[in-house]
Design a protein around this ligand. Structure first.
Ligand SMILES: [Zn+2]
Ligand SMILES: [Zn+2]
Length: 256
């Protein structure tokens, strides 16, 4: 028998991205695929606000771990924001006292409330979360999914989340004056166009089509590139010759 203990994270030096989490302004997490694995112990518990764009596990995998690891340190509940479909999936399939404890029922030691709270987002309804203005916009994916237009006092940034070809979010991006950047799903190389369509993700060729809908000179960062086809995707993105587009880098501070 061979038994190997695998690391929980691919490591900060690696640019391979099988899971998705962003942190905005040090206080708002967008998706929780990796955050519970990637943060150092002294950083755990520092983020209280999570938006989950859809229920797929590469965007939720480390959320239960994060909540449990943070629990002894939390001075306020972890608040998870998502559409009704996302909240119901997290309650039913993860925090269900079978896969993981129901932290909505577990009180924090300081009496400030439960360890976990859910708040529903309505598509297209702008909300302020931890002082950051967020508009969820439906995109075209296998399960109900929202991309996010995120704005603070200095910039607006668009996160498409996982999506196939779509229109509404590009319209919203084009209409956002202070838009500085877009993080867009480019999962598969062009040769896997059928898989991209079946799983509702973009390829470099489809990205080129989508970017025609964005009539703006902003920075475009390709993310969610599947590790096994990463080199092909990067080569094909370069071949597009669109100077706006580059590859999103892990652990880099993007500042606008
Ligand atoms: Zn997905
Ligand atoms: Zn995904």
């Amino acid at each position: 028998m061979r038994v190997k203990l695998l690391p929980s994270s691919v490591g900060r030096q690696s640019q391979l991205q099988s899971l998705t989490s962003f942190i905005v302004d040090d206080r708002l997490a967008i998706d929780a695929g990796s955050i519970g694995f990637a943060l150092a112990p002294h950083e755990i518990g520092s983020v209280h606000h999570f938006i989950i764009t859809h229920s797929h596990t590469d965007h939720t995998a480390s959320l239960p771990i994060y909540v449990a690891e943070a629990f002894p340190l939390l001075e306020a509940p972890v608040i998870v924001y998502g559409t009704a479909e996302v909240v119901s999936a997290l309650r039913e399939f993860i925090f269900n006292d079978r896969v993981w404890p129901n932290f909505e029922k577990i009180q924090l030691n300081n009496g400030s409330g439960p360890a976990l709270e859910f708040q529903e987002l309505q598509p297209r309804a702008t909300v302020s979360i931890a002082g950051i203005v967020v508009t969820p916009i439906p995109v075209n994916h296998l399960v109900p999914t929202v991309g996010l237009l995120v704005e603070d006092e200095s910039a607006a940034v668009l996160f498409t989340s996982d999506t196939y070809t779509t229109d509404e979010i590009w319209k919203a991006a084009s209409a956002t004056k202070n838009l500085k950047a877009v993080f867009v799903d480019v999962s598969f190389p062009n040769a896997m166009g059928e898989l991209a369509e079946a799983s509702k993700h973009l390829t470099p060729d489809l990205l080129a089509v989508e970017l025609k809908k964005l009539d703006r000179e902003v920075e475009i960062y390709a993310v969610h590139i599947k590790p096994t086809n990463r080199d092909d995707v990067i080569r094909q993105i370069a071949a597009l010759g669109d100077p706006r587009v580059s590859i999103g880098e892990i652990d880099r501070d993007y500042v606008w």
